[in-house]
Design a protein around this ligand. Structure first.
Ligand code: ADP
Length: 610
């Protein structure tokens, strides 16, 4: 039911009940008053009749008395009966002659009995004589022949008059009800309209629109309540705003963190997990709402969380996850202490720090030191032995031999130290690029000239295949010379004698590809990536030891990377290795790959990340 209907019904109902009650009371009291007045008037009239009769002659005839009764009855508008002391009716305004003579003895009529006993008789009863309800008043008369004078008023007359009183009251009530109806309607409409305005504002607030209403709420209690609610809604809105701003900020911080963060509540259910922790622990679906025990497989981390939840312990531990590659994590846990007034802990937070790179770098550094020491020890031992032999005074012919040994190993150490220094310079970013455009042919020519003794020694045929669209290269010429020299030197060293090594260029999108192909043993697929690592040598070549430092390809990778390019190693389908350097070129026209490149599609390729 609508509020307006309710208010209307309530107001109208109350008014109706009140009016009906008041009407009933008024009617009753008016009726009472009216009856009292009629009775007292009838009594007064009866007294008047008794007085008049008392003054009559002492012995009137019945005819005289009846005429008297008739005259009085006419004057008073009531039935007048005169009764003898024995109860015989002497005169009656309602009966004449024979009728009068036939009338019953009235001595036992209740009003007469009462008048005889108490001096006045007042009854209301049915008259058998005239067959109607009457109000009777009887009084004793001080007359020798007439003992009682009785007046009777038909009740219908009284009732009619009482009915008119009731009618008047009824009309009054009806008019008042119409007024009440209009008033109830007007007030309930006004009230419900105000409540509807407040409800509309509340609905708007619920939908998130917190703009204030244009109209005021009024000055009464409803207005006060509405204003108080309005103020609390705005305060709440302000706090929610602040909270969501905080949340956005927290989310931004958490998602940009390199550390993985996971928060569980006091029942162990995940409340929050940032992207990093999802990646680290390999969650495929959102972990929020799930129990940490089913999510975190590593017993140490799960144990740390349990300790934080159960005993409030904070801990830090390094754990290794069995992923590929293994992930080394520093897991820190802390209990979330309860908020003020709360009992028990709120939960626990886990912060995971990826230590893998740090551990890897440490490993690389340790390996590097071990490798350098190892690489230096071999030539140093040889030199030491040769020096010892010389000091022991070996023969003249042997001297030459020992001096050769010393020469070979010191120059190897020299090469090793200069390669190390070069790598150190490159690592420190001390080498800058001086980019120029030069013909590829000139570059190859210069490298071949420098390596001519080795080429001749190993009887290698070096051929050049320069694509017309890649005849010119834009790069740092000296650094690219070192790159090609390193690659060609390796090709010559590892290729069999009398074989062919091809130096080539090809255009590719916005780059030029420099290739060095040989017919050597190639590189086992598993090692293709690793040949660019410092001191890494394929096992077989190590045993053969063709005199390299193991740093050449690492330097190549660095130099190419400096140009924004990449170097890859691959095996040729019909045997041999191919090293490809991809150098980005400024605005080089697009050209399709040459047929040679299609035929030489590598069997497997590795890429040295630059
Ligand atoms: P090194 O000075 O020993 O040649 P590099 O860094 O130049 O060191 O090469 C690393 C390893 O890669 C070599 O030891 C060799 O095993 C392998 N390698 C390089 N070039 C070739 C090639 N053309 N054919 C086969 N193996 C090669």
């Amino acid at each position: 039911m609508k509020l307006r209907t309710r208010l209307f019904l309530a107001a109208f109902g109350i008014a109706t009940v009140a009016l009906l009650l008041a009407g009933a009371l008024v009617t009753l009291s008016l009726q009472r008053q009216f009856l009292d007045r009629v009775e007292s008037e009838l009594v007064a009239q009866t007294r008047l009749v008794a007085d008049l009769v008392a003054r009559r002659a002492a012995t009137p005839t019945v005819a005289e008395l009846d005429a008297e009764a008739d005259a009085l009855g006419l004057d008073l508008g009531a039935r007048v009966t005169l009764i003898a002391p024995d109860g015989a009716v002497l005169g009656d305004s309602a009966e004449d002659g024979a009728g009068l003579a036939a009338m019953e003895n009235h001595g036992s009529r209740p009003e007469i009995v009462a008048a005889r006993e108490r001096g006045i008789g007042l009854t209301r009863r049915f008259s058998t004589t005239v067959e109607r309800d009457f109000l009777y008043v009887a009084l004793p008369v001080a007359h020798p022949a007439v003992a009682f004078a009785r007046l009777a008023l038909p009740l219908t007359v009284i009732d009619e008059q009482a009915a008119s009183v009731r009618r008047a009251t009824g009309i009054g009530i009806l008019l008042a009800l119409v007024g009440a109806l209009i008033l109830a309607w007007v007030t309930s409409t006004a009230m419900s309209r105000r409540v509807a305005v407040i409800a509309a504002v509340a609905r708007r607030y619920a939908e998130g629109d917190l703009s204030r209403p244009l109209r005021g709420y009024g000055d009464d209690e409803i207005g006060t309540v509405a204003r108080a609610l309005d103020a609390s809604v705005h305060e709440l809105g302000r706090r929610l705003d602040e909270l969501s701003r905080h949340r956005v900020l927290t989310d931004a911080i958490l998602s940009s963190m390199a550390e993985g963060v996971l928060v569980v509540d006091n029942r162990g259910q995940v409340r929050m997990a940032n992207d990093t922790v999802r990646t680290m622990l390999g969650f495929e679906t959102s972990p929020v709402g799930r129990h940490y025990v089913e999510l975190i497989r590593h017993p140490d981390i799960a144990g740390q969380i349990a300790a934080a939840l159960d005993h409030g312990e904070s801990s830090r531990r390094e754990v290794t996850l069995n992923t590929d590659p293994p992930l080394v994590l520093l897991a820190g846990t802390a209990a979330l202490e309860p908020a003020e007034g709360d009992a028990g802990r709120q939960g626990a937070a886990v912060v995971l720090h990826d230590m893998s790179k740090f551990r890897q770098a440490e490993q690389v550094r340790q390996d590097f030191v071990a490798n350098v020491s190892h690489e230096l020890r071999t030539p140093l031992t040889a030199v030491r032995a040769a020096v010892d032999a010389l000091m022991d005074g070996a023969g003249k012919a042997d001297n030459r031999l020992f001096i050769d040994i010393i020469d070979r190993h010191t120059s190897r150490m020299d090469r090793l130290v200069s390669d190390l220094l070069r790598l150190a310079r490159l690592d420190a970013g001390q080498e800058t690029l001086g980019v120029v455009t030069f013909p590829a042919d000139a570059l190859f020519e210069a490298v071949e000239t420098e390596l001519l003794p080795l080429i001749e020694e190993r009887r290698i045929r070096v051929t050049r295949r320069i694509a017309p669209l890649a005849a010119e290269i834009t790069a740092d010429q000296a650094k690219l010379h070192d790159v090609v020299k390193n690659l060609l030197e390796n090709a010559i060293r590892y290729a069999p004698a009398d074989s062919r090594v091809v130096l080539g260029t090809e255009p590719q999108d916005q780059a030029v590809l420099l290739t060095v192909r040989d017919r050597g043993p190639g590189i086992p697929s598993a090692e293709l990536k690793r040949v660019f690592e410092r001191f890494y040598r394929v096992e077989q070549s190590r045993s053969r030891d063709p005199g390299g430092t193991g740093l050449g390809l690492a330097i190549v990778k660095h130099l190419v990377g400096l140009h924004g390019g990449v170097v890859t190693a691959a095996n040729r389908p019909r045997g041999g290795a191919v090293f490809t350097v991809r150098l980005p070129q400024p605005e080089r026209p697009v050209a399709s790959a040459s047929e040679e490149a299609a035929e030489e599609a590598p069997a497997d390729v590795s890429q040295a990340a630059s």
